[in-house]
Design a protein around this ligand. Structure first.
Ligand code: TEU
Ligand code: CA
Length: 563
């Protein structure tokens, strides 16, 4: 495997709208991001990914872009963005933007022109397709519910939208569209951007026959994913995109890829892959309900561990995945992956340890470093997310009570991660002096940066130590390139693996007890040092505990040991 500049980096996702508001309008902004760069630097972050900051009507929180060349005025100005780039550079940090090019906003000039002249040039920027027997071309359902087709007013045509109807899909089959996208990507890279996180990219290749399938719900529709899965040849688009843009700049790219065909792994993220890396969503996919959030499955420890181990192993000679426990589309990792007995600081540190030291690029999501959790709401009207509103309806239609449907949202809503960042125990968690666009999580009095900043045993300080350990000169190669070797696999409730550097022979064991009962393991001969311990018990830190080559991990205890 070829070594690349980003291999040993640690990344952090900012959801700008909820990160830090500096002008009191209740919306996070670029000034806010700039003001927190030192905080991120101290945490050990190299790469900062910003969720979309382009001009947008915000129907889907900026994932509906109306002008790719403008900064949303809610967030600030292009000058401020340039300042952010410069400030990041000063600190040896890299800014990565979100690239949303499967679709744009219906308010984008291209779409407006297409509507004006549905037989003209711009109609071909989108999928304007004739209906069948007065109905939509197919029974595909959009990700946010309802038909993926919307009538084009005054015609017998429909336009395709995999997401909301305000997010028309761009026609990648049209070479002019592709050229315009490449131009735009290069324009941003020319500014000094380090790369992109690439949104919903698997959707860009459609099955142009637009077949209908057996319905999978009472609405008579079928998940749009079916149509995407029956499409062939996405690789050509992705290769062209890479060659025309990223490759010329040695940019870092991370794909948001669902439903990839297993045999395409190397094509996607191998040495000459379409992307530098892509997110490992395998754990998250475990909970996918067959019909929606209402039949989502709870996380079961062993399958969770297995699936992470499996994806670690399959990547071994291929490349790197980007490891996450949460993002802006997911519930909070601490609420999702930790059982009740572990939903505390110990558990959060343990989860951090197992995740950050995996092979791959760690991506933290804002607030993860202080252990932010899911957010309880009393009524569906307190949610903002378009997906949540739809899934609530789906749950009701499936016969759930309002209370039950609300519980599904509590467990799955994308708004769980989108509540404002908890900076302090002051008004609105120190996020804004105004009214936040989305209410803060009531637990900000207990969970906030200010409180954790100076408390030695806080989750925040643990994350700092953990990331520093990963980057420490002596261990960096092992944590970056070292092999992933499962350990103590028969110990129930134990999440343990070794990172092994084949060249130097360095071996580091990571072991975490997710269970309620203590767990004793025998260590190999030649234990050298305890590098990190989440409980910081005296005998563990001093190395006394490992002397006999046997250690007992109590519930929620994790250790990192140099062997
Ligand atoms: O998400 C794409 C996507 O597939 C998600 O909608 C996912 O299916 C869903 O969240 C289930 O967990 C990306 C963005 O991350 C998301 O925020 C956008 O809403 C979406 O694309 C459309 O741009
Ligand atoms: Ca603001």
């Amino acid at each position: 495997m070829q070594k690349k500049w980003w291999n040993d980096k640690v990344a952090y996702q900012i959801y700008p709208k909820s990160f830090c508001d500096t002008n009191g309008d209740g919306i996070g902004d670029l000034r806010g991001v700039i003001s927190k760069l030192d905080y991120l630097k101290e945490l050990g972050i190299d790469i900062v990914w910003l969720s979309p900051i382009y001009q947008s009507p915000f129907v889907d929180q900026g994932y509906d872009i109306s002008d790719y060349y403008k900064i949303a005025e809610e967030f600030g100005t292009m000058e401020e963005f340039d300042e952010l780039l410069a400030e990041a550079k000063k600190r040896d940090m890299y800014i990565v933007m979100d690239l949303v090019v499967n679709h744009c906003s219906d308010k984008h000039e291209w779409f407006q022109k297409a509507l004006e002249d549905p037989d003209g040039e711009y109609a071909d920027y989108f999928y304007f397709v004739k209906g069948k027997d007065g109905k939509a071309p197919s029974n595909a359902r959009g990700y946010f519910g309802g038909s993926a087709w919307e009538p084009v007013p005054g015609t017998d045509k429909y336009y395709l939208h995999m997401f909301a109807k305000e997010q028309p899909d761009l026609n990648w089959e049209n070479p002019t569209v592709r050229q315009k996208i490449y131009e735009m990507v290069n324009w941003w890279l020319d500014k000094g951007l380090a790369g992109f996180r690439i949104d919903a990219i698997i959707n860009i290749k459609k099955d142009l026959a637009f077949p209908s399938f057996e319905p999978d719900g009472p609405d008579g529709l079928v998940s749009g994913v079916k149509m995407i899965e029956s499409a062939q040849g996405i690789g050509e688009f992705l290769e062209e995109l890479k060659q025309e843009t990223f490759e010329k700049y040695d940019a870092f790219t991370v794909g948001e890829v669902f439903n990839m065909k297993e045999e395409e792994l190397a094509e996607f993220v191998g040495d000459d892959g379409h992307f530098s890396t892509m997110f490992d969503f395998s754990a998250h996919e475990l909970t996918f309900g067959e019909h929606g959030w209402y039949d989502a499955k709870p996380i079961e420890f062993n399958s969770w561990k297995d699936i992470i181990f499996t994806s670690q192993k399959k990547m071994e000679n291929v490349g790197f995945l980007a490891n996450i426990i949460e993002n802006h589309d997911e519930p909070r990792g601490a609420s999702r992956y930790l059982q009740e007995h572990a939903q505390n600081d110990k558990g959060k540190k343990m989860l951090a340890t197992t995740s950050v030291l995996l092979r791959g690029i760690p991506f933290l999501f804002q607030g993860q470093e202080i252990g932010m959790t899911n957010c309880k709401r009393e009524h569906i009207s307190e949610y903002n997310d378009i997906n949540t509103i739809d899934q609530y309806q789906v749950a009701l239609e499936a016969g759930l009570s309002e209370e039950e449907a609300l519980k599904c949202c509590y467990e799955n809503s994308r708004d769980n991660a989108r509540t404002p960042m908890q900076w302090s125990d002051g008004d609105n968690a120190g996020f804004t002096t105004g009214t936040p666009w989305l209410a803060v999580n009531a637990n900000y009095k207990q969970i906030n940066v200010a409180e954790q900043e100076n408390r030695e045993d806080s989750v925040l300080n643990y994350y700092r130590e953990l990331i520093a350990l990963r980057k420490k000169e002596e261990y960096k190669d092992t944590f970056t390139y070292g092999e992933f070797v499962p350990a103590y696999e028969t110990e129930k409730d134990l999440f343990a693996y070794m990172r092994v550097d084949k060249e130097s022979g360095q071996k580091i064991l990571i072991a975490a007890n997710f269970g309620k009962e203590p767990c004793t393991i025998t260590l190999e001969d030649g234990v050298k040092q305890v590098l990190l311990s989440n409980l910081a018990k005296e005998e563990m830190v001093s190395g006394e505990a490992v002397k006999n080559h046997k250690i007992t991990l109590e519930s929620c205890e994790s250790v990192v040991i140099l062997l």
